[in-house]
Write a protein that binds this ligand. Structure first.
Ligand code: SF4
Length: 247
């Protein structure tokens, strides 16, 4: 049951460095959703946080991105556990796609550019096949400059700043909220997982999300990324501590 105060706060977008009570209300909402008993509480929580991301970022004019342009969909994608479950839910009942995913060789976070290849979820005509459930990192990665993307992803170009910085910062804020929600729902400090490996592990495990909700680490064999940087870990702890007494 939402309090009147939360109802007011939830109508507001996130602002970086803004009112902590707004962040607190949104984090409480993510926790409520993660504790839900629907078909996929993780999918519900991720839908909420990615929706919050989209209504919190400043719309940019002049973006080069368009459906069918997928130069950037070759990098590995780092996700929280909830984001991996959300994509796995989107994949359920797509038997041919699941079989293709499970047959692919594993990827690892931080792999060199020479090993980059199309994302496992990139569909026909360069469109994301799990678009509605795509992770925060994919929401955040947009570009002002098509040529810079092509030079970087398909050539020898260097990683220039062709992505709006405010979008990246908001993505980190939302990902930290998801991590804080994992902590507040008893899942401890979650590492980052490589997207396709985490989704494959989930799809191979019967009732994976239910088991994860009950405390079983169904992602224990998925390669993890480097530890969360100390400043981010501290911010996640601070967010969780701010909200914990109000749950
Ligand atoms: S999940 Fe979708 S948007 Fe993200 S890298 Fe893969 S194909 Fe691209």
């Amino acid at each position: 049951m939402l309090s009147d105060s939360d109802r007011v706060m939830l109508a507001q977008p996130l602002r970086l460095g803004g009112d902590a009570r707004v962040m607190g209300a949104h984090l409480r909402q993510v926790v409520r959703l993660l504790k839900g008993d629907g078909a996929s509480p993780c999918r519900d929580a991720v839908t909420y946080i990615t929706g919050l991301f989209e209504r919190s970022v400043t719309p940019h004019s002049g973006l080069a991105c368009a459906k069918g342009c997928a130069w950037c969909c070759v990098q590995t994608v780092v996700v929280t556990a909830a984001e991996a479950f959300a994509v796995a839910t989107e994949m359920q009942a797509r038997e041919a796609m699941v079989a293709t995913l499970l047959a692919q060789p594993p990827r690892h976070l931080g792999e060199p550019k020479s090993e980059w290849r199309n994302c496992s979820f990139l569909g026909a005509e360069g469109a994301c096949s799990v678009y509605a459930a795509r992770p925060l990192a994919c929401h955040a990665f947009v570009s002002f400059d098509l040529k810079a993307c092509i030079d970087f992803f398909a050539g020898d170009g260097t990683a220039e700043q062709f992505t709006p910085n405010d979008r990246q910062q908001m993505m980190y804020a939302c990902r930290m909220m998801l991590s804080a929600a994992h902590r507040l729902t008893g899942h401890g400090d979650q590492p980052g997982y490589e997207l396709s490996g985490a989704v494959a592990a989930i799809l191979k495990t019967p009732d994976a999300e239910l088991r994860w909700q009950r405390g079983e680490d169904v992602l224990k064999d998925v390669p993890q990324g480097p530890p969360v940087p100390p400043a981010f870990a501290e911010e996640i702890r601070r967010m969780a501590a701010f909200v914990a007494p109000t749950l």
